[in-house]
Design a protein around this ligand. Structure first.
Ligand SMILES: [Zn+2]
Length: 233
């Protein structure tokens, strides 16, 4: 039966909180993440990539598991837990920060290097683009916007030898110009941070997501997932 809803989970970091972190709320513990994957499996979800967007809805119960920024802990903790339960994730990479740290935030958390992204892909996971420097795309000039969108896409495609088809707006920030540039660059879908789930006819350049955080404890995860099902764009 074709699906009518697409929930997209949004994660940042999985695993132990780095000492001094300014954004401890962005972490999900390894145990919580493993339990969440087991619930998704029990609920018979199938993980999907977001391109081609129409194709997502031919899957019986699709879910996209996304990770913003490209933290190394996604490879260390989330990837094995997804593999063990038959899922894969999509990580949104900041093309000029591979192997560096999240310098747009507290700068304490390591990001996957090129080799680590290769290992992420080899484990069956996917990649998408999260700009070149984690810029505020709605606030910059159009030539800079092109570097952040087209430039980042080219860079990732060259590094990993594959077409990068989906985008994720840093800070969830977009507007008509940003969306147009993303679409013109050849991306087929883009994630924002509005809450809810999506339908086939939703704006595929501002997809809604379900934010999974440190405080999304226990069954609250299931409640958020259910609520997003009802609240489809
Ligand atoms: Zn981000």
């Amino acid at each position: 039966m074709p699906a009518t809803r697409l929930p997209i989970l949004m994660y940042h970091k999985v695993g132990p909180v780095v000492a001094g972190s300014h954004v401890a709320g962005h972490y999900v513990s390894r145990a919580a993440f493993e339990r969440q994957m087991q619930w998704l499996r029990a609920l018979k979800f199938t993980s999907v990539d977001l391109a081609p967007y129409d194709g997502v809805f031919s899957v019986n119960r699709p879910i996209a598991i996304t990770f913003d920024d490209g933290y190394r802990n996604n490879l260390t903790y989330a990837s094995p837990a997804m593999q063990a339960t038959g899922f894969f994730g999509i990580v949104y990479l900041v093309s000029e920060r591979l192997g560096a740290t999240n310098d747009w935030d507290d700068g304490l958390e390591p990001l996957m290097s090129v080799d680590e992204v290769q290992a992420w892909l080899a484990a069956g996971n996917r990649i998408g683009c999260h700009s070149a420097t984690h810029a505020h795309l709605a606030d910059i000039a159009e030539n800079q916007l092109s570097d952040e969108v087209n430039g980042a896409k080219d860079q990732l495609q060259e590094l990993f030898g594959r077409c990068v088809k989906t985008f994720c707006y840093p800070y969830g920030q977009s507007n008509a110009t940003v969306k147009r540039v993303v679409q013109t660059a050849g991306f087929e879908a883009a994630c924002g941070t509005r809450k809810g789930s999506n339908r086939a006819e939703s704006d595929q350049f501002d997809l809604r997501r379900i934010n999974v955080r440190a405080d999304t404890w226990g069954p609250l995860f299931l409640l958020k997932l259910l609520r997003a099902y009802r609240n489809a764009a």
